[in-house]
Design a protein around this ligand. Structure first.
Ligand code: CA
Length: 232
């Protein structure tokens, strides 16, 4: 497997229970996370250039210096660094205020880890200018909305089905090898002959193939893998 430098996030949060919960979750997802437990340290870490951060998660109410002040200070030097506020404040005015200060997004406490992770990923993808919209015939996949539609109607996919479809669409026109699919979507301890891929390919076909056609939108390349054709 190729080693990719992990995305590094700075989390500024003074409640240890919350910061541990977020840090552990993000580390499991492959991010590197540094934590500052007060405002002044947070600003220092963001500005001193010792680490390059790809995104900052910023609590609003912090000892020493508020999240709003930190955000303003950071925005004096860069507009590029994505900032997400985490806060118990929940009025519309507060949200508008946070965004006007230069934050990119705003998450209300309590929040689910999955919701936070989804927002982090959206911002990081936007930052990298990555493609977030894929289309094949009547099938459309929108990563920002985490949504798949067929003929404009939403199709429910499990996490694994979603990840598999995303991988195939990103590589549209190319053969996706079974070994690569296993590495990408499943833990590598699966045997390469594992039937799990075929099972999930069939799930996708059942949900997304055109019922009037005998052809599937996912082609089987016998013994090698799968491909979504470039056309359509
Ligand atoms: Ca706080």
């Amino acid at each position: 497997m190729t080693t990719i430098k992990p995305m590094r996030l700075l989390l500024v949060e003074d409640e240890p229970a919350i910061s541990n919960f977020i840090r552990e979750g993000l580390e499991e997802e492959g991010f590197a996370v540094d934590v500052a437990n007060n405002g002044k340290t947070g600003l220092q870490m963001a500005n001193d250039g010792l680490q390059h951060y790809d995104l900052i998660l910023l609590d609003w109410m912090l000892p020493g210096m508020s999240g709003i002040e930190i955000c303003r200070e950071i925005r004096k030097t860069t507009t590029q660094l994505p900032i997400i506020f985490l806060t118990a404040k929940d009025t519309v005015d507060d949200a508008v205020f946070a965004l006007e200060t230069g934050a990119n997004d705003y998450i209300r406490k309590p929040f689910s880890f999955d919701e936070m992770l989804a927002r982090v990923r959206v911002l990081l993808r936007n930052q990298r200018g990555e493609q977030t919209l894929f289309q094949h015939g009547s099938i459309e996949m929108n990563l920002d909305k985490h949504q798949v539609t067929k003929n404009g109607l939403p199709i429910e996919l499990t996490q694994k089905e979603f990840a598999l479809l995303e991988y195939l669409l990103r590589n549209k026109g190319k053969v996706c090898r079974r070994t690569r699919i296993l590495e990408k979507i499943w833990d590598t301890h699966f045997d390469r002959s594992s039937a799990v891929i075929d099972v999930y390919i069939n799930f996708l076909r059942n949900k997304l193939d055109d019922p009037t056609s005998t052809d599937s939108f996912i082609k089987t390349i016998r013994g090698i893998g799968y491909r979504i054709e470039d056309k359509a």
